[in-house]
Design a protein. Structure first.
Lengths: 265, 155
């Protein structure tokens, strides 16, 4: 009798154990399926986010913007340059003790990166705005693959400079830089940028584009760059009461620029 | 039978204790994450300068175009992520744990991408962003452990 009861208990325990094992197995299988789903979903979401970020973030493949996007870019530039004097290719107080000469090419993607994402925005917002540093832009051909286009685009910016809007034009150019070597710099593109510059007299700008003094400025800038040992763009040469310093190549950050300023002032 | 039952109870108590520790870890990490992302969101909308140890690194990163995803500041997305993970704790089912792990995994993946951009594109480091990336990494590990260890603890 006792033996039958024991047998029954053992059988019950075995059934329970089997049931538990089955449940655990099913639960594990369900979780593995769920884990696969979670990982797949997460990878898909991250991939979409990266694609959005890459397409709206950088890479210099925007080209001329219109509508709300254009308005947004213009407002960014206006806000950055607001209250800072401009004269020709010079940004900042003409009496600033330190001068940063920026050798750049408007089609150069590294210049774009430095101007928009490197130390430049902060330099402008802090040191240039405070009148401690002025920036002078000098044309130095690197990325632009045609000397004719290089001259045309630079003269377009200098023509805006005749109305003290050089830096508005340059900032808008970099913000709407197209893909390198795609031939995006056309008259339509340059005119489109000019139309975006707030307060620019378009007919005076168009007339200034034919000014021989502006076109002769380009070879002179290139020559000055070679004499200064410029090999790539952007090259940033600081001059101040204590001499001269060159910021690290590539995309210098704000602390790199600060170090150079410290060395010369 | 009693021995089996005791062993099961002990195993369940141990599992509950570990699960409680993991839950506390998620809570602490989320609180820190909300602090970091909340601060960055606040300075963004208040137009203030970010407190930063490295000269200009944080501002350069914050001013870069990578600081926004389709116009939304990434700090806001981070804040939503941390709150989402915290909210998933209220769902006491396997699906709740999976949701918390999924959000943390997305946060981890996107944080890695942003850290890559900081190092190789912007070439500036924002400690707040690195801090958030570390928190998201830890959250991905802890929420994964909670999800994978779930031996019938979820309701």
């Amino acid at each position: 009798m006792a033996s039958r009861t024991k047998q029954k208990e053992q059988a019950r325990a075995q059934r329970l154990a089997e049931e538990q094992a089955r449940q655990q197995r099913e639960s594990r299988q369900r979780r593995v399926r769920l884990l696969g789903g979670v990982i797949l979903a997460a990878v898909a979401v991250v991939a979409v986010a990266i694609a959005i970020s890459a397409s709206s973030g950088g890479g210099g493949t925007h080209g001329l913007q219109t509508g709300a996007k254009s308005t947004k870019l213009v407002s960014q530039v206006t806000s950055l340059l607001s209250g800072i004097p401009q004269s020709g290719a010079t940004l900042g107080n003409p009496k600033a003790p330190v001068t940063m000469t920026y050798y750049g090419d408007l089609q150069c993607p590294v210049c774009q990166q430095f101007t928009l994402d490197g130390g430049f925005p902060q330099l402008v917002a802090n040191d240039v705005h405070a009148g401690k540093v002025k920036v002078v832009y000098r044309a130095f051909e690197t990325a632009t693959q045609s000397p004719q286009t290089f001259s045309t685009q630079q003269v377009a910016a200098l023509a805006a400079g005749k109305q003290n809007h050089f830096w508005d034009y340059v900032e808008l150019f970099y913000r709407q830089q197209g893909a390198e070597g795609s031939g995006y710099v056309t008259d339509g593109y340059l005119n489109g940028l000019a139309r975006q510059v707030p307060g620019l007299n378009l007919s005076a700008w168009s007339a200034a584009r034919n000014d021989p003094a502006l076109s002769s400025q380009i070879p002179s800038d290139n020559q000055a760059g070679r004499a200064a040992g410029v090999q790539g763009t952007p090259t940033l040469v600081f001059k101040g009461p204590k001499g001269q310093a060159v910021a690290p190549t590539g995309v210098p950050n704000y602390s790199d620029l600060q170090s150079a300023i410290k060395q010369v002032s | 039978m009693t021995a089996v039952s005791d062993a099961t109870t002990r195993a369940r108590t141990r599992a509950l204790s570990t699960d409680r520790r993991l839950l506390i870890a998620v809570l602490v990490l989320c609180a820190l994450g909300i602090g970091v992302a909340g601060y960055l969101t606040y300075v963004h909308y208040a137009g203030l300068k970010v407190l930063c140890l490295s000269s200009g690194g944080c501002e350069t990163v914050q001013a870069s175009r990578w600081a926004k995803l389709d116009g939304i500041p990434v700090s806001v997305l981070g804040l939503i992520g941390y709150i989402g993970i915290l909210g998933s704790l209220a769902i006491r089912t396997e699906l709740g744990r999976a949701a918390g792990f999924a959000i943390a995994l997305i946060g981890f993946g996107f944080s890695m991408y942003l850290t890559y951009r900081e190092l190789f594109t912007i070439k500036a480091i924002c400690q707040w962003c690195v801090g958030s990336a570390v928190l998201m990494t830890l959250l991905a590990v802890v929420t994964a452990a909670r999800f994978l260890r779930d031996d019938g603890l979820a309701e």
